[in-house]
Design a protein around this ligand. Structure first.
Ligand code: URP
Ligand code: ZN
Ligand code: ZN
Length: 460
């Protein structure tokens, strides 16, 4: 179908202008003032913002974790993402320790095949590095279009690799043009604090927070950047939460390292006081935990200073009954919360409207930089001739309220219940097809495609 979007205010990471967009065969074909083209469908976008579809590079769909699995699968998760203006996400394949990367890839392909409503890609989490895995890493980059490799410096016994494995992985990834990403917290320090708190009978959700103090993240972030420097490998720190970790990055940038940083929407708008609620605190049990107000200020500043390039979600929802696995022991609460649907609207309402970031910065951190860092630009992440027609038409004035009653994620609570936002995703196009219109999803399971990725663009 051909579509003409008339008179919208087009926002990219660098531009802001009013024009028409003509779309045909999945792509943006023409952009200009008063285009005289007849299309099969015309959308009047007067007084609306138009920006590239959001890209959330940090989600966990249908993921086995902490004795259970995340409650959104590829269908419910990518559909909820579309409702909120996110047209593509990058999920994590987890290698089972002792097994191959290719076996894990097969498992994740089965989870996503015929199910995704929105577009997706995978990061490959390497949890057990050895010579065979080194060969597979090269194959993933050269043959599978999977160019980012996730590592964990925590979750010992399940996901964590040691520093020796990390350095070896970095060397292979660097030589082959990939990127190493990291959950940067000091797992041993955290495990010791968890054991101490449990021994002392400190079992409420507050102690999840107190077992992961800022220094555990600052230390690991610094160590990771040193290992990157040593190997000259490009790297990306996921879900950064705090001032201490950001200062480690600040030091690394003095060495002109190839280093990128992601924070998540929850760390910008929620804080650790939520853990004081013994009954409901489990809703926000995630790792790293929510931090302090001073950390929110540091993160917003980090975005404006260009040290944080991406805002993701770390979407990893669990039903309340799953959260109750840890009702008597915080260390058994599955870590993660539902977020994929609200990121774009939260960043607009709390970020742009409250004067913390510009409209161009909003597009940069919600879409463009992820496309560049993860090797999909300019196919994804911008509004330009020849790019995929992944487009959000957004009503900047529309007021609405977040609630479990209206969200589309497969989760029976909201971490933002009753939050009032201004600015709402109205219409969404995915590769030129109408995905969301009149609060309905018009796409079905299987319409989302796997997006093979290339090399990181190191200049963003
Ligand atoms: O709490 C979290 N973040 N759950 C998902 C796994 C991870 O560490 O990203
Ligand atoms: Zn993590
Ligand atoms: Zn995560």
């Amino acid at each position: 179908m051909s579509i003409l979007i008339k008179n919208g205010r087009i926002i990219t990471a660098s531009d802001d202008y009013v024009a028409d967009i003509y779309i045909e065969n999945e792509l943006i074909v023409s952009i200009g003032k008063n285009l005289k083209i007849v299309a099969e469908k015309t959308i009047d976008a007067t007084n609306k913002l138009i920006f590239p579809g959001g890209i959330d590079p940090h989600v966990h769909l249908d993921m086995p974790f902490m004795g259970t699995k995340s409650s959104d699968d590829y269908e419910t998760g990518t559909r909820a993402a579309l409702f909120g203006g996110t047209t593509m996400c990058i999920d994590f394949i987890l290698q089972t320790q002792g097994d191959t990367l290719y076996n894990a890839l097969k498992t994740w392909q089965e989870k996503s095949k015929g199910k995704a409503v929105g577009d997706y890609s995978y990061h490959m989490a390497v949890t057990d590095f050895n010579e065979n895995v080194a060969k597979e890493v090269v194959q993933f980059i050269k043959e599978e279009g999977i160019t980012s490799f996730k590592t964990f410096m925590a979750y010992k016994g399940a996901l964590m690799i040691d520093d020796g494995q990390m350095v070896q992985l970095m060397k292979v990834v660097k030589e082959n043009g990939g990127l190493v990403t990291v959950h940067a917290t000091n797992g041993d320090m955290i495990d010791t604090l968890i054991a101490k708190n449990k021994k002392e009978g400190n079992l409420t959700p507050l102690y999840h927070y107190l077992s992961q103090p800022e220094i555990t993240e600052a230390e690991a972030s610094g160590r990771f950047t040193d290992m990157l420097f040593y190997t000259d490998c490009p790297g990306y720190i996921v879900h950064m939460t705090c001032e201490g970790a950001l200062n480690a990055v600040r030091r690394a940038t003095l060495r002109n390292q190839k280093l990128f940083v992601e924070t998540c929407s929850q760390y910008l708008v929620l804080d650790a006081s939520l853990y004081e609620n013994d009954k409901e605190g489990a809703k926000w049990v995630m790792s790293p935990p929510l931090r302090e107000k001073k950390d929110q200020i540091a993160l917003w500043s980090g975005i404006n200073q260009g040290m944080i390039q991406v805002v993701g979600t770390d979407h990893c929802p669990f039903m309340w009954e799953q959260k109750l696995m840890g009702k008597d022991d915080f260390s058994k609460i599955p870590n993660g919360h539902p977020a994929i649907e609200h990121r774009v609207e939260l960043m607009y309402s709390e970020g742009v409207r409250k004067g913390k970031i510009s409209l161009n910065k909003f597009v940069e951190v919600c879409s463009t930089n992820a496309a560049k860092i993860f090797g999909m630009y300019p196919r994804k992440g911008t509004i330009a001739i020849g790019s995929d027609a992944d487009i959000v038409i957004f009503d900047p004035k529309k007021e609405h309220e977040i609630s479990v009653k209206t969200h589309h994620m497969n989760c029976d609570y909201s971490g933002y219940e009753g939050w009032k936002l201004t600015g709402k995703t109205e219409t969404v196009l995915l590769r030129g097809k109408i995905a969301i219109e009149n609060e309905k999803c018009l796409l079905k399971a299987g319409d989302g495609e796997f997006i093979a990725r290339g090399k990181t663009s190191l200049t963003i």
